[in-house]
Design a protein around this ligand. Sequence first.
Ligand SMILES: *Cc1c(COP(=O)(O)O)cnc(C)c1O
Length: 408
Amino acid sequence: MTNRRSRIAGRHFLQIPGPAPVPDRILRAMDAAVIDHRGPEFQELSLKIQRGLKSVFKTDGPVVVFPASGTGAWEAALVNTLSPGDTVLMYETGHFATLWRNMAERLGIVPEFIGSDWRTGAEAHLIEARLRADPQHLIKAVCVVHNETSTGATSRIDEIRAAIDAAAHPALLLVDVISSLASVDYRHDEWGVDVTVAGSQKGLMLPPGLSFNALSAKAIEASKRSQLTKAYWAWDEMLAANTRGFFPYTPATNLLYGLDAAIELLLEEGLDHVFARHARHGEATRRAVRAWGLEILCRDPKYYSPVLTGIVMPAGHSADKLRKIALETFDISLGTGLGKVTDRVFRIGHLGDINDLTMIGALAGVQMSLELAGVPRSGDGVAAAMDYLARSAEEMRRAGALQSQAAA
Ligand SMILES: *Cc1c(COP(=O)(O)O)cnc(C)c1O
């Protein structure tokens, strides 16, 4: 566009897979005075948040909160549990798994990478086979990204836990749920995860700036022997201060107001409803993509992500040109292709505070942008998505009516 307008009416469509849109109630909760983080009011807030986080991570153990992006919590998970030269088994689900691997290397850990073509989730049987070939238990941890945000593949953490158990291997299990927490069902305790790494700006519907480590008793034990250098990220002082409702340093007070509101919103809607909503929007998006005649990046339906869909551009068409047209014409941000799929893939985020009509609006924005970018498409994806959402809404309404009849 030649004329840059000073104002664009209506809401920007932030359809990238994080940061996700922040609901008004969370924005209003953060618009408050900064309080004394060593006073009683803060203490009450922080203890309440600690209880709420346990429900969201599905754990009875502690959840440490860092004022940092998700990358900080990645580092905290590694430096608290491992020692220089330790081998860790990681899985190349995509760009984020690759970044975590690179970080491990920089920290003096020795990552072993199970390679993949970025079109599937982490295969549990490959992890099991590698662990069985390690009778001396040189592998100290298995690190997996639950929802690979660069591709749109969600791995099965329950299966990976079972694989580690089947190999009778004592490695710790470290899981990145930065883009899946509060969007996809996740069970820290039940799945025997040792460190869960999360961030604030995706399913939790907060601005960027907070990150999390949920800890098992085994992880806390490992932290007492771990030899990697740590200070800011060390769990020990954090856990000691947290038991009294405080932090060893200044916490991000106003983001914590937001977190308190976010937990309230999630529990009010009900986590199962939140997960079902994401699953429906993932299905609607994939139906739209198929109707357009475009290719979904994730090749195995078992791993389809409820959080985002990666879409492969037809040969000769630029994903970034499409994204530019979408932003400039319809004020919608779509996710860029990362790492080795740059310009060949774009991503539609369908996470966080999204309803059926925002979803349809986003898909309409993509369809009109495909038109303007001259990308050939075979059919009407928006109609396919509307059809699916209407039918499944009707089914849910009937099921709900039956349930309330049964209750009456
Ligand atoms: C967003 C994301 C990260 C990086 O988090 P930052 O907050 O940008 O540091 C890491 N892993 C996954 C799976 C992500 O989606």
